[in-house]
Design a protein around this ligand. Structure first.
Ligand code: FMN
Length: 214
């Protein structure tokens, strides 16, 4: 028989242990639910960004399920980086390359560059940067339509020397008091087109039936 005081200690310990176990379970479940929600929100944001770059009628596959990984110095990669393959009726239609412009004013600028099968740019969007608000941040569509000036351009339109900002005798506008940021973006998009020119046969190899109808 335990004395009265020992029984009380055991009882309190059990209550505390139960309380701790319930708390741990609640925290674990909340964390799991939040992580799932965050992952889903990130996926939706990615789908939106990819959808902005390619006209919806130009592809009919799920871009996030048709990913290849590239590690290309020409594209500014330092690790395996996703590229998204778009197809229409089972045939390759476009590719969206994730590209790093390493020479922004405040570091690397991350871009998505959509290129149609014929080599024309379907769109470019900045997905991450640290450029200065009011100066370099005009590369964001929310701040300025400048990024849309790439749509419809290709490696031969403009010619080689046109792939620069106007201050460098090229075709693309710079921003008032901010040349470094747009210069970095124009150079990175030009390199993406050069990469595409050299590799489009591999990127657009016909899909196997399993890939075309996953
Ligand atoms: C605080 C500060 C922030 C700046 N931020 C940017 C920027 O985000 N992007 C940019 O292109 N230039 C920025 N500039 C201006 C550049 O230093 C540079 O003067 C401008 O890009 C013109 O470059 P250029 O002389 O090569 O034509 C910034 C300057 C200062 C003082």
């Amino acid at each position: 028989m335990l004395p009265e005081i020992s029984r009380s200690v055991v009882k309190n310990s059990l209550v505390l242990a139960l309380f701790a176990a319930v708390t741990v379970a609640v925290v674990a479940i909340t964390q799991q639910t939040t992580a799932t929600r965050i992952a889903e929100a990130q996926r939706q944001a990615q789908v939106r960004a990819l959808g902005e770059i390619l006209p919806t009628h130009s592809y009919d596959n799920a871009l996030l399920d048709n990913v290849i990984y590239l590690n290309e110095s020409l594209l500014g990669h330092r690790k395996e980086t996703p590229a998204y393959l778009a197809s229409l009726n089972g045939q390759p239609a476009a590719v969206i390359l994730q590209v790093n412009a390493p020479d922004g004013y405040s570091g690397t600028i991350q871009l998505l560059v959509g290129i149609m099968r014929d080599g024309t740019l379907s769109g470019v969007r900045v997905i991450q940067h640290k450029e200065t608000p009011g100066l370099g941040d005009q590369i964001e569509l929310a701040k300025s339509p400048w990024i849309k000036s790439f749509t419809g351009k290709s490696l031969s339109n403009p010619q080689e020397r046109g792939w620069a900002v106007k201050k460098d005798q090229g075709d693309f506008d710079q921003f008032a008091g901010a040349t470094i940021t747009p210069r970095a973006v124009v150079t990175a998009v030009h390199k993406a087109l050069q990469y595409f020119d050299h590799h489009h046969a591999e990127l657009f190899a016909p899909l196997t039936p399993a890939e075309a109808n996953p």
